[in-house]
Design a protein around this ligand. Sequence first.
Ligand SMILES: Cc1cc2nc3c(=O)[nH]c(=O)nc-3n(C[C@H](O)[C@H](O)[C@H](O)COP(=O)(O)OP(=O)(O)OC[C@H]3O[C@@H](n4cnc5c(N)ncnc54)[C@H](O)[C@@H]3O)c2cc1C
Length: 490
Amino acid sequence: MFLKNNSIWIEGIPNNKYPRLNKNIDVDVLIIGGGITGVSTAYHLINSKQKVCLVERNKIGLGISSKTTGKLTYLQDLMYSKITKKHSIEVAKEYLNAQKDAIKLVSKIVKNRNIDCNLTKQKSFLFASNEEEVSKVKHEQELLTYMKENVNVEKLPINLKSNYAISVSNTYYFHPVKYVKTLAKICSENNIEIYEESNVKNLVKDGNSYKCYINDNLVKAKKVILACHYPFFVFPFLFPIKGHLERSYIGAANVANNNDISGINTSKNSKSFRYHTDGKNNYFIYLTGSHNLAFKFNLKNNFNNLLKEMNLLKIMPKYIWSNIDIITNDYLPYIGYIDENLLIGTGYNTWGMTNGSIAGKILSDIVMKKNNKYIKLFNPLRDSSSICSVSEDIFSSAKPFIENKIIKNKPFYSNRVLFTKKDGKNIAIYIDDENKRHIVYNRCPHLKCSLIFNEVEKTWDCPCHASRFDIDGNVIEGPSTYNISYKKDN
Ligand SMILES: Cc1cc2nc3c(=O)[nH]c(=O)nc-3n(C[C@H](O)[C@H](O)[C@H](O)COP(=O)(O)OP(=O)(O)OC[C@H]3O[C@@H](n4cnc5c(N)ncnc54)[C@H](O)[C@@H]3O)c2cc1C
C-alpha cells in the first residue's frame, strides 16, 4: 500500500479558489488566518453590517486545522484537573460549559446549513495506560461528576492497553477541512471578502486603527482579528513567554469496522484515537509521541515510533503526518483584545475544534458589541501571574536556539541533508530522490533560530516557534512571514 506523507483530511476535497489580494482596501474588520478560528469568526460576522475581509497566506483550511484528529469533545485528557489546579473548580466548570456550547454551536451550524462534513455522534473515552495513571483518571472523573456530568466507567472497547477507562456521550467528530471550507464558501456568498495566498507581512498601529501590509498592498482596518495560530510579532503581548508548542504524530489506517468512538490517555506521551468513514472506507486514526517542540529534534525517529506502535496494533497506516499546537501556561485559550482594536483567538491546548469554534462566536460578539458570557474567562489580558512562566518558556525557546547553533549536522540525518555555509551565509541543502538540490537559508526569519529537517514530511522546521517551510523555503506554517528560499528576493 502506498504511504502518503500528509493528513487524511487533505485528500480529495474540493478546492474553492479565492483570489490573491492585489489592491489597497479599507475595511471595518480584517481577519488574518483562514483556519477554524478565522473562518468561524467571519461566519458569525455575516449579518454584522461591517465590511469584513479575511486573508489567508496559503489556502483556506489547510493550516493546523487540516491536521487535527477532528474530535468535538469535552473530555479533553486531564483538562479539568489542570485548570482546577491553576485556577479553581468554578473556572473549570465555565471552561466545560464553553466546550459543550461549542459542540452545540457546530452541530447547529452543520444542521442549519446542511454541511457535508461527516459530523458523527460518538462516545469519548479517557483511559489510563498504566497503574500510576489510574488515580489521575479517577480524579478527572470526580471533577466531572462534581460538575454534574454523567460519566460512565467502562472497559475500553478496543485493543489498546487500558487499566481504567471512563466515557461520556453527546460528543462528536467530523471532517475538519470539509467543515472549514464549506463555512468559508458560505461566508464568501454572503459578502465576506476572502483572499488566499495573501500573506500579512507587517501590522502597524495607525492612530486607533491598523495598517496591514499584504503582498504589495495596503489594507487599512478599523479592527484586526489575529486568527493566525502563532502570532507573527512579539510586541504587543509577548506571545513567546505565554506558552509553549507541542508536536504529535498521527497515522490513519484502513480497518474493517467503524466503532464511532474516540479516546485519549493521560500519559505525557499521549495516545489518542478515533474512527472515520468516508463512505467507502473505514479508518482508524491514531496519535502518539506528543512532546514539547524544544525537546526532540529527531522527527524521523518520532515517525518510526508511530509506525512501530501501529504495527503492534496490527494496522498499517495509509497516511502519516504531524501536527503542532500551542499549550498556554494556565491551560485556558487566549480569546479577545490584546491591544486597542486588536484581537486574538489562539492557544487552544490541542482542543481547537471546540475552542476555535467558540472563539469565532466570542470574537464576533466583541466586534458587534454584544454580550458573551465567556469574554472574561478567555480574556488574553487576564491576571498575568497565572499566565506568565517566563523561566520555563524562555528556556523552551532558548534551548533549541543554542543547541542548533552548536550541533549543526545531526547524526540522525541521512546523507541527503547538509548544513553548510555559502557566500558567508548559513544554508541548508536537501538532495531529493532525483538528485535535485533544494537550498534554503538556515535561519528562521521570525527570531533567527537555525532549522531542523523533517525527512518524512519533507519540510524545514524551526524548533523554537514552529515556523515550517517547504523544501524550497516557502513558509507554510508558523510565525515567520518571510520565505527562506536561497537566492530568491525575500
Ligand atoms: C496532533 C493534534 C491533534 C489535534 N486534534 C484535535 C481534536 O481532535 N479536536 C480538537 O478540538 N482540536 C484538536 N487539535 C487542535 C486544533 O487542531 C488546533 O487548535 C486548531 O486547528 C487551530 O486552529 P487555528 O484556526 O487557530 O489555526 P490554523 O488552522 O493554523 O489557521 C491559521 C491560519 O492562519 C494562516 N496564517 C498564519 N500567518 C498568516 C499571515 N501572516 N498572513 C495570513 N495568513 C496567515 C495560516 O496559513 C493558517 O491557515 C489538535 C492539535 C494537534 C497538534
